[in-house]
Design a protein. Structure first.
Length: 188
């Protein structure tokens, strides 16, 4: 009896420790997403971020996504430099949310691990766009969810991609990386 009660107590401690790790991972994932969107909403720049904005976003991005964004930014610069007449941006509207106008507010809804190795996770994020009196819209609100895909690099969680779930209003491809890869491929 003593062995089985000790075993049960050890199992309970292990279970509680595992739950604590999961809660800690979720908090770190939410922290990265919150930092990213707080920074993005500060500048609220449409289209592909320039070098200065990319530097501000880099701490929240995986090395692969940062490299791809940098390549797309370089492609945009070359595209405009090569044009004889003024040309529109390669991406018009907000690059990091489903809605063209972007978000005015966000909140992380939920996060969950995507594999047994705790190296990948996905988080649903609730977004809202509150139209102002200056907008062409009649003061309405839009709300939607997008899914952020995260990867653990070293001991840090980083955003690796965004799945644009939206409400069918996304002007982009299904994933951010698809949009960026297409830009780099089509305009180089």
């Amino acid at each position: 009896m003593k062995i089985s009660s000790r075993l049960a107590a050890l199992l309970l401690v292990a279970l509680l420790a595992a739950c604590g790790e999961s809660t800690d991972a979720t908090a770190l994932q939410e922290q990265v997403i919150t930092g990213f969107y707080q920074q993005h909403l500060k500048t609220h720049s449409p289209g592909i971020p320039g070098v200065d904005e990319l530097k501000q976003l880099q701490p929240f991005l995986s090395s692969a996504l940062f490299t791809l964004l940098s390549q797309a930014s370089d492609t945009e610069v070359k595209y405009h430099a090569a044009a004889e007449d003024p040309v529109p941006p390669l991406v018009d509207g907000d690059l990091f949310t489903s809605l063209f106008e972007g978000a005015t507010a966000f909140a992380v809804d939920s996060c969950e691990g995507d594999d047994d190795n705790d190296l990948h996770a996905s988080c649903l994020v609730d977004f809202r766009h509150a139209s102002s009196a200056n907008d062409n819209k009649s003061g309405g609100n839009e709300s939607w969810k997008d899914k952020l895909l995260l990867v653990k690099q070293g001991q840090q969680w980083r955003i690796d991609d965004i799945e644009f779930i939206g409400n069918g209003q996304s002007s982009q491809r299904e994933y951010l990386t698809d949009t960026l890869n297409s830009i780099v491929k089509d305009y180089n």
